[in-house]
Design a protein around this ligand. Structure first.
Ligand SMILES: [Zn+2]
Length: 149
């Protein structure tokens, strides 16, 4: 069989933007941990400085406070890059989280978000992750208490 660009293998290839999205999403997910690690490291440096160079510890506190501005800005930029790429995946019916072609459109008007049948991750129409709703637990103890009152 002659290999051509129009062979089924080529048409179903994983697009480049989908790979970029997976990479950007990975960055966004490990970002809070990296920032926390950085601040934890700064804490230990500041703790050691208290005994050796107290003014250095004070300077580090102000530096850490000022660093919050770029930290928040970078998160905003990463999210702004991720959102349109996630929307492209949703339009292709592919889950932005696990990559499976199992995206279900919003079932009821009140929910208004897309859900992946494979990993049950939920996404808003803007392409952002939506936290799963808390499961409603029937508390038998509370029920019996409220009945007696
Ligand atoms: Zn999924």
């Amino acid at each position: 069989m002659e290999y051509t660009r129009r062979s089924p293998l080529r048409t179903d290839a994983y697009p480049l933007w989908a790979m970029i999205h997976t990479f950007v999403r990975m960055i966004r997910e490990c970002y809070p941990g990296v920032v926390f690690g950085g601040y934890l490291l700064a804490f230990f440096v500041a703790f050691a400085m208290v005994f050796m160079l107290p003014i250095g510890a004070l300077g580090l506190v102000f530096l850490a406070l000022m660093a919050l501005i770029p930290v928040v800005l970078i998160l905003g930029i990463v999210r702004a890059i991720e959102r349109p790429l996630a929307l492209e995946k949703l339009r292709a019916g592919r889950c932005p989280a696990c990559g499976a072609k199992s995206i279900q459109p919003p079932s009821t008007a009140s929910e208004n978000c897309y859900e992946c049948a494979a990993c049950h991750e939920r996404f808003s129409a803007r392409g952002e992750d939506v936290a799963a709703p808390e499961p409603i637990e029937v508390d038998s103890v509370n029920l019996s208490e409220s009945e007696s009152v």
